[in-house]
Write a protein that binds this ligand. Structure first.
Ligand code: PFF
Length: 467
């Protein structure tokens, strides 16, 4: 089985695919708003510390477990001789399933906006919020709601593209797509950064992001930064175990991990330095936000008020589209890899079934958007109740609970059960000593698990959500 396992075709292919998984909607639409809320430079410093002290060791551990076991996230624990730890992989695959179902729908909305900016930017500008609500099936003026067909059709197209790439396999599909998608993403990012730097009035935004306003930092800032780091680095979701298992033994795990963490963090920072100053310059600092309403509605004002706005609008949503695609592919692969290996199913039908199921579950997410924030078809007007399973609840369940629990499981497994020495042995298979071996052991045994545990407990005690 080990001999015919898929492998990455090249080192750069792996790095781009792993970085592609990490760099996603989280970096571009969540990070800037969080950095703004958390005091600009202060949040950035906290975030960097978390990436180095917790993100790096957890990612390195996930990659070493996968490569050592040469198996998917669930079977990896079993193959290393610790059947009892399969729950960590099960949690990861479950999270990947839940996250993908809503992530792909958001990917569909992004695709809709690429088309909207090309064909009807003026309509978006005329009523940005109304346009966004309309996509989700709600008219705020009349209170009317309907089935959000357009959003769902675009999500179907987005999912179909994912399925197509996954069916093509690890090297022929995932790696190939990332080799084009990731460089394209970087080019777009640089173009947008230049646009922001040259906007009148952007300086105040840059200054804000470079100044540490500690008065905005509270306990919840740490919670938010930890959740953001995990989500952004694609940790706690079985992905890095799966991607590590496709990595040849002669590859340097330590350096690759550092590179992936650096690329992911860099994209988040650049996105922060694009979006926050652009909003300062065009709409005023009070309009910086995060999440769907911000990325789809408020940003329209930014593009409307900048020279060449339609062009940069298209570029921005293309950037989001590439980022979302390279991430959703990895999420689906985590689930598909498990099913094909464990049950001997063929890749193509498995990919089609998994994608269809995820898409269908995600439909409830798209439909219930209207129920929560803007009252839609899942809202029972007569009784004033909404259906709280989909929507925020999915994000709550994954970001606040399951992802940290899965990451904690990885730390306990590598730190205390399999032991860091075995991880280090795996890391050193490329023939070079791992200089940070001691530091890594301390981080994975104590620093990372204790911080994660504290944060899980504290988030429940204080009722603060991670996202
Ligand atoms: N890291 C991606 C983002 O920042 O949007 C999301 C993600 C992809 C999370 C893949 C987890 C994952 F396994």
């Amino acid at each position: 089985m080990e001999n015919n396992r898929a492998q990455w075709g090249s080192k750069i292919g792996f790095i781009l695919a792993a970085a592609g998984s990490a760099v996603g909607l989280g970096n571009i639409w969540k990070f800037p708003g969080k950095a703004f809320e958390g005091g600009g430079g202060a949040y950035i410093l906290i975030y960097l510390a978390i990436v180095v002290l917790i993100g790096f060791p957890v990612m390195l551990s996930e990659l070493s477990v996968g490569r050592a076991a040469q198996a998917n996230a669930i079977d990896s624990f079993h193959k290393l001789g610790y059947r009892g730890f399969r729950w960590v992989g099960v949690t990861g695959v479950a999270v990947a399933f839940i996250v993908t179902s809503y992530y792909c729908h958001v990917g569909g909305w992004v695709l809709r906006y690429v088309v909207s900016y090309i064909t009807e930017a003026q309509t978006v500008y005329a009523d940005p919020l109304g346009y966004f609500y309309g996509l989700l099936g709600y008219n705020a003026a009349t209170g009317e709601t309907w089935f959000p067909l357009t959003a769902i059709l675009f999500a179907a197209v987005f999912m179909a593209v994912n399925a197509f790439i996954i069916i093509k396999g690890v090297e022929g599909g995932i790696e190939k797509f990332n080799k084009v998608g990731m460089p394209a993403l970087f080019v777009i990012l640089v173009v947008l950064l230049v646009r922001t730097v040259t906007l009148d009035g952007a300086q105040a935004g840059f200054a804000y992001m470079l100044t540490c306003d500690w008065s905005k930092v509270g306990f919840s800032t740490f919670l938010s930064a930890l959740g953001q780091a995990f989500f952004s680095l694609s940790l706690g979701m079985a992905i890095m175990i799966t991607y590590g298992s496709y990595l040849p033994k002669h590859e340097n795990l330590g350096k690759n991990t550092a590179l992936i963490c650096t690329m992911d963090t860099l994209v988040a920072l650049i996105a922060g330095f694009i979006i926050v100053p652009a909003v300062f310059a065009t709409l005023g600092s009070e309009n910086v936000g995060k999440g769907g309403g911000f990325a789809f509605a408020s940003l329209a004002g930014v593009f409307q008020n900048m020279p060449g706005g339609v062009f940069f609008g298209v570029l921005f949503y293309l950037l989001l589209l590439f980022a979302a695609l390279t991430s959703s592919i990895s999420l689906i692969e985590g689930v598909v890899a498990f099913l094909t290996e464990r049950f001997g199913w063929k890749r193509k039908p498995t990919a089609i079934i998994v994608c269809t199921l995820m898409f269908l579950i995600g439909c409830l997410y798209t439909m219930s958007q209207a129920a929560f924030s803007i009252k839609g078809i899942w809202f029972d007007f007569a009784n004033g109740v909404s259906f709280p399973i989909f929507g925020d609840f999915m994000e709550f369940l994954t970001d606040r609970l399951l992802i940290p629990v899965c990451a904690l499981g990885v730390c306990i497994f590598v730190g205390w059960i399999w032991k860091p020495e075995n991880a280090v042995r795996e890391i050193e298979l490329d023939g070079k000593p791992f200089k940070l071996a001691k530091v890594y052991s301390v981080l994975v045994k104590y620093v990372a698990p204790i911080s994660i545990l504290l944060i899980i407990v504290a988030s429940f005690v204080t009722g603060t959500t991670l996202s």
